[in-house]
Design a binder for this molecule. Structure first.
Ligand SMILES: [Ca+2]
Ligand SMILES: [Ca+2]
Length: 119
């Protein structure tokens, strides 16, 4: 799964502070999530199924790429891309499974990331 989006810009009169994405894993999978191609500071958070519990985060300074690599149980997870301060930047978000003998098939099923907005 790979998507391109923007963060921190005005959309419909409101500043776009957060972009949320969900993805579903059919079985235990080690995933690598990368936020890159950023021109200003943006951060990445990984949430549990309840969309509130932070499982992992990546909050490096400046325009350094963010990465979360995590071994996850089957289930649904949420990703949040956020800007820092007034930063406005395009970004690329990439989600992939780390292949091993058991999960190569899963890599093909990982593209179920939807641009679901949470309230
Ligand atoms: Ca956006
Ligand atoms: Ca950052």
């Amino acid at each position: 799964m790979r998507t391109k989006e923007k963060i921190g810009l005005k959309e419909g009169g409101k500043r776009d502070k957060y972009d949320y994405y969900s993805f579903t894993l059919p079985e235990e999978t080690e995933v690598s999530i990368t936020l890159d191609k950023i021109r200003k500071n943006a951060n990445l958070h990984l949430f549990d199924e309840d969309s509130k519990t932070v499982l992992e985060k990546s909050t490096r300074k400046g325009k350094k790429a963010e990465n979360i690599t995590e071994y996850l149980d089957a289930g649904t997870y949420y990703l949040r891309v956020s800007n820092v301060g007034q930063a406005q930047t395009p970004y690329r978000l990439n989600l992939e499974s780390i292949p091993d003998d058991n999960t190569i098939d899963v890599a093909n099923n990982l593209g179920r990331l939807s641009n679901k907005k949470l309230t």
